[in-house]
Design a protein around this ligand. Structure first.
Ligand SMILES: [Ca+2]
Ligand SMILES: [Ca+2]
Length: 127
């Protein structure tokens, strides 16, 4: 059964600490969830989340990008072969990027079918 794409709930404050996302799901091609947070002055930011992919085939992927105020930068790609229907933990060190108050993070689905599933949980940005 096809499940609708659900977007991430609104974040809490713009200040660091904990931004929790409960079971956000992306399906089909072209779905995306994007949120902005100020990382002005940050020198040790991390993008942390749990993800789970299921029923991918060759060519299916989800691309995780950050926006540094000028361009979108791919920081992780999850593709076929990583779709074991089990949550995995990502902890991406953003300290090498020049980040500012225009920081955004995006999860974009590039899957081909309605039965390609990608879940995001426990999204956390530290600064
Ligand atoms: Ca597919
Ligand atoms: Ca599939």
């Amino acid at each position: 059964m096809q499940q609708p794409a659900r977007h991430l709930p609104a974040w809490l404050a713009a200040y660091c600490a904990v931004h929790l996302v409960a079971d956000s799901l992306l399906t089909s091609s072209g779905s995306s969830a994007t949120r902005a947070v100020s990382l002005a002055g940050s020198t040790s930011s991390h993008l942390i989340f749990d993800y789970k992919a299921n029923l991918f085939e060759a060519g299916d992927s989800v691309v995780v990008k950050i926006y540094n105020g000028t361009s979108w930068i791919t920081v992780q790609t999850i593709s076929d072969g990583q779709d074991d229907n089990t949550y995995h933990h990502s902890d991406i060190n953003l300290s090498s990027y020049s980040l500012n108050r225009s920081f955004q993070v995006s999860f974009r689905s590039l899957m081909s079918d309605a039965d390609d599933y990608f879940y995001i949980d426990n999204l956390l940005i530290t600064k």
